[in-house]
Write a protein that binds this ligand. Sequence first.
Ligand SMILES: Nc1ncnc2c1ncn2[C@@H]1O[C@H](COP(=O)(O)OP(=O)(O)OP(=O)(O)O)[C@@H](O)[C@H]1O
Ligand SMILES: [Mg+2]
Length: 145
Amino acid sequence: MEETRGKKETMRLEIESLSCNEAFARVAVAAFMARMDPTVEEVDDVKTAVSEAVTNCVIHAYGGGEGKIWIQAEVEGSLLTVQVRDSGVGISDVKKAMEPLYTGKPEAGRSGMGFSFMEAFMDEVQVDSVPGEGTVVTMKKKLGQ
Ligand SMILES: Nc1ncnc2c1ncn2[C@@H]1O[C@H](COP(=O)(O)OP(=O)(O)OP(=O)(O)O)[C@@H](O)[C@H]1O
Ligand SMILES: [Mg+2]
């Protein structure tokens, strides 16, 4: 354990766009970050953020249809970086999409709070998207703050 401390370690996961994989993805990331000796609250924060990002891929990127979701988690010292990527429809106006209460699917009863939760539970959230190509959500959290 001691000799690996501070080194960068990475985990990559490719899953189908299915709602049952939302739980799988958040548990996988939680298990990966266990090496950081996180608090229960830190793990819960990350699980919530991962869950919101993956749910967005399933619902918005692929509209409930087929697709792949790529998750990458990286630990470097006390910094956790999680990336959730899809090759779905993309977002034309990222700034608007990230506004609290904005949802592209009001009719589906979405509350438009997913990105706000990610921002509340992680230290940094960056969204890069190309319409027609896909979206990458990169989230960072420093543990032990
Ligand atoms: N991966 C994605 N691909 C395409 N569009 C997305 C993606 N993620 C988010 N969006 C767009 O951004 C909007 C805002 O996302 P956000 O998660 O904040 O709210 P929501 O998913 O609509 O509602 P909630 O998360 O509260 O159920 C979505 O309604 C959708 O239009
Ligand atoms: Mg959402």
